[in-house]
Design a binder for this molecule. Structure first.
Ligand SMILES: [Zn+2]
Length: 258
């Protein structure tokens, strides 16, 4: 029934267009979209339209999600799957947006079996087959003053891609032309290297990536889209694997832009 899917897509694109000015403003103001070709932008706009139609973006704690806010989330998420397709975000529908960092209580169980409650302030969270939860303050800051390797939308949606084949473990479903063992070796080496660097308080990329393989994949994805040159310099083999996985070369965009 491919033709039916095709008709549905055409219908959505023509009946739920993104407001032109809001789209152009976002494309010009946010660094992350700089360097995209006209064709890539047009494709990103289509994906973003479909994303907004298929997903529910809900503000909580009194936050009203404006068109501009919804676009900022959807377009950054869709940039990740620009050459993969929207199917990569199948299996869940909700994006929950808090005004700022949100408090969560977690049960921690230590080696002796002792359970303790821990309060944490988070800027984002991704649930397997469940919602993506984001802090608007953090999203807004990345749009206005981007810091290399910090982008909560990219981070949480990278977890979603990782979870496509089970729990988040730093190994998303690879393409047929990729070698699983190669990915595993390269990522394990780079992860252990970052752990060592963290112990010496001298890490080339955000040491949060050294907390778990899933966090490593999310953090290097943040660099890949926000500051690919740093990632290529610090972990060239990881960068190359991400080029193969995401099917894009953001470094080229940035070079052309610079
Ligand atoms: Zn994370």
């Amino acid at each position: 029934m491919k033709w039916l899917d095709h008709l549905r897509v055409r219908y959505t694109l023509s009946h739920y267009p993104i407001p032109h000015t809001a789209w152009e403003n976002l494309m010009h103001e946010a660094d992350i979209f700089k360097g995209l070709s006209a064709v890539e932008r047009a494709h990103l706009r289509e994906l973003t339209t479909l994303f907004l139609h298929r997903k529910t973006l809900t503000g909580v704690q009194g936050l009203l999600v404006s068109t501009e806010m919804a676009l900022a989330v959807a377009a950054q998420a869709c940039l990740m799957i620009l050459n993969l397709g929207l199917d990569y975000f199948d299996g869940w529908v909700e994006v929950v947006i808090y005004p700022g960092a949100f408090q969560v209580t977690r049960d921690n169980i230590d080696a002796t079996g002792l359970v303790s409650h821990q309060e944490q302030a988070l800027s984002g969270e991704a649930w397997s087959r469940g919602p993506v939860i984001l802090s608007w303050d953090d999203i807004a800051e990345s749009l206005v003053t981007p810091h290399p390797g910090h982008n909560v939308v990219i981070h949480e949606f990278a977890h979603k891609l990782d979870m496509l084949n089970g729990s988040a473990n730093g190994l998303p479903p690879l393409h047929p032309d990729m070698v699983r063992q190669q990915w595993a070796d390269i990522f394990t080496d780079a992860f252990e290297h970052l752990q060592k660097q963290r112990r010496h308080h001298h890490s080339g990329i955000d040491a949060y990536g050294a907390t778990a393989p899933a966090e490593f994949f999310a953090v290097v994805s943040e660099y890949f889209f926000t500051h690919p040159l740093i990632l290529r310099q610090q972990a060239p083999a990881v960068y190359e694997q991400l080029v193969l996985f995401y099917h894009q070369t953001p470094e080229k965009r940035q070079t052309e832009f610079d």
